[in-house]
Design a protein. Structure first.
Length: 394
């Protein structure tokens, strides 16, 4: 069913890197969500009215509120589609994250409400009324919600959509809560023991934890997160694949919404090559990065020594010493400036961002002392920088 809907309602559905295609996925997920939740609301409301069942009627209005999540998703993806303008030169893609954050608050609100009601049922147990029709409706509701959740997850994974994954979590929360209600009713039917309130507390905590997870995952790109190791490797390898590029460093990536990223990187070029030739290579890489990676890439050109054996030997010695001191660190932009009485070794040192101020000062000093042992004339001018690449998740 999912593939059928995708193929029949999304043009160019395989080209998920396009903003228009992403929006089409979001609109499809939202419309399907609204339809499913309004359908469940109508069925439950009619049955609840006929059976005079407060629980079924209340669950009907819960589905109506869930339709609100799909509406928020719809508004979010449509607003995120807006092109760049004078006030927002990088577009409006982050609105999708804000929409997901709103959905997370709705999930938390459902969890808090369910927790409060469950605690109330523990303090003042209510008589349960097992009705086959009600249970059948709840089972149908679970089936629809489960499919809707998996539908949103599949689409969300395909286009890397935070808001769709939030709707998936919201739907799974409904499946859990409704499933717990059915289990409580069946257990009561078999044993006569009312565990509705106890089960409800457990379910409420699960739902609230899910809401916190959605909020955390959504806030990370809004606040500014470390570079994904795979993205780092992809961009670095792409730039270094061009002839005339000897290496790269200082990669920074700024996320302005799914599929909307800006990055800057330093590219090392031989210092004996004509600057216009190197500049032409840099320009071509920037143009092709936009086409092939979908990233607005800005490249800073760093000339590096490639032939002076004295400079290369000292640089290799510095790299070896630093590897012995701390293999998590690295150096780049190495230069030697000769004076009458001293030789300045000028370079940048990259250290993990979690290192404290003491280590930030201690490591460069140890490296400088070790290099000075090789030649007393060496004076190190070291600029310490942080590594902004995220650690691989186990």
């Amino acid at each position: 069913m999912t593939e059928f809907l995708i193929k029949h309602f999304i043009k160019d559905y395989k080209e998920v890197e396009k903003v228009s295609v992403r929006t089409a996925y979001g609109v499809l997920a939202s419309i399907v969500g609204i339809f499913c939740n309004v359908f469940l609301f109508a069925v439950k409301f009619v049955v609840g009215f006929i059976l005079n069942s407060v629980s079924v009627t209340a669950d009907a209005f819960n589905n109506l509120s869930d339709a609100g999540s799909s509406i928020i998703s719809f508004v979010g993806v449509k607003m995120a589609e807006k092109p760049a303008d004078r006030d927002h030169p990088f577009g409006h893609g982050r609105i999708e994250y804000i929409a997901a954050l709103v959905v997370s608050f709705l999930v938390l609100e459902v969890g808090f409400t369910f927790l409060k009601d469950s605690i109330g049922k523990i303090r003042t147990p209510e008589a349960l009324n097992f009705q086959t029709v009600s249970v059948a409706i709840l089972i149908v509701s679970i089936a629809v919600k489960l499919w809707l959740g998996l539908f949103n997850r599949k689409l969300g994974e395909r286009i890397n959509s935070k808001v769709m994954m939030a709707v998936f979590t919201d739907s799974m929360g409904d499946v859990i809560t409704t499933g717990a209600t059915i289990l409580s009713l069946i257990f009561f039917r078999l044993t006569g023991i009312n565990i509705d309130g106890i089960v409800g507390v457990g379910v409420a905590l699960v739902v609230m934890w899910a809401g916190v997870g959605i909020a955390r995952d959504t806030l990370e790109p809004l606040i500014g997160e470390a570079i994904d190791p795979e993205v780092y490797k992809e961009i670095k390898s792409f730039v270094e694949s061009y002839d005339g590029i000897e290496g790269t460093h200082d990669l920074l990536v700024h996320n302005y919404g799914p599929g909307r990223s800006m990055a800057s990187i330093h590219a090392e070029v031989p210092n004996d090559v004509d600057i216009e030739q190197s500049h032409e290579i840099i320009d071509r890489i920037e143009r092709e990065a936009a086409k092939k990676l979908g990233i607005f890439l800005v490249i800073h050109m760093d000339p590096v020594e490639m032939k002076d054996q004295r400079v290369l030997q000292v640089r290799d010695r510095a790299v070896q010493i630093l590897k012995e001191l701390d293999p998590a660190c690295s150096i780049h932009d190495f230069r030697m400036v000769h004076g009458e009485n001293q030789i300045n070794l000028i370079f940048d040192m990259v250290i993990p961002i979690e290192y404290d101020e003491e280590m930030r000062k201690e490591l460069p000093q140890k490296l400088a002392d070790r290099l000075k042992e090789s030649d007393p004339r060496y004076e190190c001018v070291i600029t310490v920088k942080y590594d902004y690449v995220a650690k691989n998740k186990e």
